[in-house]
Design a protein around this ligand. Sequence first.
Ligand SMILES: NC(=O)c1ccc[n+]([C@@H]2O[C@H](COP(=O)([O-])OP(=O)(O)OC[C@H]3O[C@@H](n4cnc5c(N)ncnc54)[C@H](O)[C@@H]3O)[C@@H](O)[C@H]2O)c1
Length: 265
Amino acid sequence: MKLTSSCHRFRGLTAVVIGGGSGLGKATCWRLASEGADRVVVADINSGAAEKVAEEIGSAGGSAEAVQVDVTQQDQVQQLFSGPGKEVDVLVNSAGTMWTKSFAMLQLADVRETFGATCDGLLLAMQHASQAMQQKPSDAANKFAIVNISSTAALATMKGLTAYSAAKATIRSLSRSAAVELAPYNIRVNTILPHGTDTEGVRAFVANLPPEDVEFFTGPAGTPKLIPRAAQPEEIAAGIAFLASSDASFMTGSEIVMDGGFSIQ
Ligand SMILES: NC(=O)c1ccc[n+]([C@@H]2O[C@H](COP(=O)([O-])OP(=O)(O)OC[C@H]3O[C@@H](n4cnc5c(N)ncnc54)[C@H](O)[C@@H]3O)[C@@H](O)[C@H]2O)c1
C-alpha cells in the first residue's frame, strides 16, 4: 500500500486506533497516516497484526507504532494512555468481534461476555484517553476527537444478533453520554454505524456460520442495500477520518450511518 493523500488534516497529531490490526481499524490507521498524522498507535490484542500494520505504514513513509493491548483490561488501557498513547489527540475505538446465537439459546454468560468485549473496552479507552487529553497543553484542545464504531445492528437487528445488537446500541448511548461530559474539555465524541463491510472479521464470521445462514447474512435477500455490494474498509475509514478531523469541528454526540442504504428500507 502507499500513503497517497494530499490532504493533511492530522498533521501534528497523535492518533490511537484500538483494533488497528485488522479491518476497519487497519484501514483507519492507513487513512490517518496518509493524512499526515505525526504518529499512529496501532493498538490491538493481536500483536502480530498490529506490528504488521505499523511496519507497513512505516515502510510507506508514515509513522506508526504497534502496541499489544486487551482493551477490556483496565491496567492495560491505563498503561497504553500513560505510555505510547500519552500524547493522544484522536482516539478511534474499532475493537470488536461478531458472533451469532439464536435468541432462545442465548445464555446470560453470552450476553455478559458480549457486553464486556464490546462496551467495557470502549468505556475504558474513552476514560483513559480523555484524561490524557486533559493533560495536554490547551492549544491542542480544539483537535481532540473520539470516534466509536457501533453498527447498523443497533438500528435494524437481524436474527442471531441479540447480544451484539444490544451491545452496539449501548455504544450509541455511551458515546452520547461521553460527548456531554467531555464537551467542557473540547473533546468531541461521535459514532459511525457501518454495515456489511468486507473485513477479515466479517470473513471469519461468515466462515463460521451454518451453511443455511450464509445467504441470510451475506446475500441480497438478507441484507438488501440500495448500493448492492459490500463496503470496502477504506470507505468506512473515510467517514471515521472525517469525524476525527477538524472538518467535523461542529459535530459531537452525532452519528453517521454508512450502510449503502440498508437501514432506511
Ligand atoms: N465489518 C463490518 O461489516 C462491521 C459492521 C458494523 C460494525 N462493525 C464493527 O466495526 C469494528 C471493527 O470490525 P471489523 O469488521 O474491522 O473486525 P476485524 O475483526 O477485522 O477487526 C477487529 C480488530 O479488533 C481487535 N480486537 C478484538 N478484541 C480486542 C480487544 N479486546 N482488545 C484489543 N483489540 C481487540 C481484533 O484483534 C481485530 O484486529 C467492530 O467493533 C465491529 O463490530 C463492523
